[in-house]
Structure formats: structure tokens, C-alpha cells
Design a protein around this ligand. Structure first.
Ligand SMILES: [Mg+2]
Length: 231
């Protein structure tokens, strides 16, 4: 199995550092406009779509050049925030689950995330994760919507592995209904974890294949993934 982890709310929590850095960046680039996250859905969506909505909140139709500049400055602002003491906190059991899955003789581990690559890596490093654990990744740079991402990560796995792998051998672990949706849309398995903003009953309504309160019982989750392989 190829196991793909979401970042925010699944592996770690940043207490708004990302959103604050995006806002600071938008205000820096367009100082005469007023931006707001008030009516923007963040949970489970890709950063470039959130950028487009943030521009729209100030009635700006952002160009590709605007986006490139925003992205570069967002990286800078997030780096500064972490340097100034903002925290990226690993969630319980997450690193142990990643380590256990990485130690398997076959299969792979990667990321399936709405973060841009640079800022996603930054959040993980700050939280103490080893980036070399995540080999087959799909980022916000790879699409507009989460449903586009599982095939991207799988293609990257196939490019590096001689063993055959299909989307039904991919497991997506995430904290939002959109993580479950992108898994099932592509024929992948979905593990939902209630460490983000969505409680257990809300996630349950989206019928994940496995639902857990958190990743603290990482052995049981690794075992469940192993049992899928055997089917
Ligand atoms: Mg998330």
C-alpha cells in the first residue's frame, strides 16, 4: 500500500500561523485593499484555491504573476513567523505511525496536502518530522482540487518503483471530509482522524473506511493498513 498523509490537522497543528502569514502577505502586496478570511473555507482545500478566494475577498482578480509573488512572500512570512516563535506542533502518534509505515519492506509513504511544497516542508520540519520519510508527495502545486492529487502521488511512486500499484492500493489519511472525498473519488481507502476542526460524528457521515479519534493508537492503525494489503 501507498499511504498518503495530510499535513494540517493530521500530522501537526500550527495554531493559525499559515493563515496569519497569508494575510500578512496579501496586505503587503496590496496595501490599499482589505482582505478577510471570514467567508473562505480553508479546511481540506488547496493553498492556491485559498489564495484565489483571498484575492476575491478584496475584489482582486489575481494573475499568475500575482500568485507566484504571493507564494514567494508567503514562504518568507511563514519562515519569519516560525523564527519569531510561532509553533508547529506534532500530533500524538503521528511520527510513530509514519516511522512504522516507513519501516515496511514494501509500499510507500508520502504526503497528500493542500500546502505548497516549500511551506508544507517548513511546517513538517518545525514539528520535528524527518522529510526523508515522505517520498511520494502531491502538493497544492499539483492541482486546484484535492481530487486531482492521489493520481499525482501514485505516478510519483510508480516512477520510482518496479512493483505494480493501483489507486485501490492507496490509503489517504486526513482530518477533513475533503480528504475522505478525494480518496473515495479515486477508489482509494480513507482513514479519517478527528484531530482537526471536524468532530467524529461529522467525519463519520462521510463514511471513511476507518475513523479514529487521533493517531495515538498507531500500532492498530498500521495493523489495519497491513490488513488491507493482505486482502
Ligand atoms: Mg488537514
Amino acid at each position: 500500500m501507498l499511504v498518503l498523509f495530510d499535513i494540517d490537522g493530521t500530522l501537526l497543528r500550527t495554531a493559525g500561523a499559515g493563515v496569519n502569514a497569508m494575510l500578512a502577505c496579501a496586505r503587503e502586496l496590496f496595501p490599499t485593499h482589505t482582505f478577510s478570511f471570514e467567508n473562505i473555507a480553508i479546511s481540506g482545500r488547496l493553498d492556491r484555491l485559498i489564495w484565489r478566494d483571498l484575492m476575491a475577498s478584496a475584489t482582486i482578480e489575481g494573475t499568475d504573476d500575482d500568485h507566484a509573488l504571493f507564494r514567494a512572500r508567503y514562504e518568507h512570512h511563514l519562515e519569519n513567523a516560525f523564527r519569531a516563535g510561532a509553533r508547529s506542533i506534532p500530533l500524538e502518534g503521528a511520527a510513530k505511525l509514519v516511522d512504522a509505515l516507513s519501516a515496511r519492506p514494501s509500499g510507500g509513504v508520502g504526503l497528500l496536502t493542500g500546502n505548497y511544497e516549500h511551506t508544507g516542508r517548513l511546517k513538517l520540519t518545525q514539528a520535528g518530522f524527518s522529510l526523508d520519510r515522505f517520498s511520494f508527495n502531491a502538493w497544492a502545486d499539483d492541482g486546484w482540487h484535492r481530487r486531482e492529487l492521489p493520481p499525482v502521488a501514485l505516478d510519483r511512486y510508480r516512477a520510482h518503483s518496479s512493483s505494480a500499484m493501483d489507486l485501490n492500493q492507496v490509503v489517504v489519511i486526513g482530518d477533513t471530509p475533503l480528504d475522505i472525498d478525494c480518496a473515495h473519488f479515486n477508489g482509494c481507502k480513507a482513514i479519517a482522524v478527528a484531530t482537526g476542526v471536524h468532530p467524529m460524528d461529522e467525519l463519520h457521515a462521510h463514511a471513511p473506511d476507518l475513523l479514529v479519534e487521533d493517531l495515538s493508537d498507531w500500532q492498530a492503525i498500521a495493523q489495519w493498513i497491513g490488513a488491507q494489503t493482505a486482502q
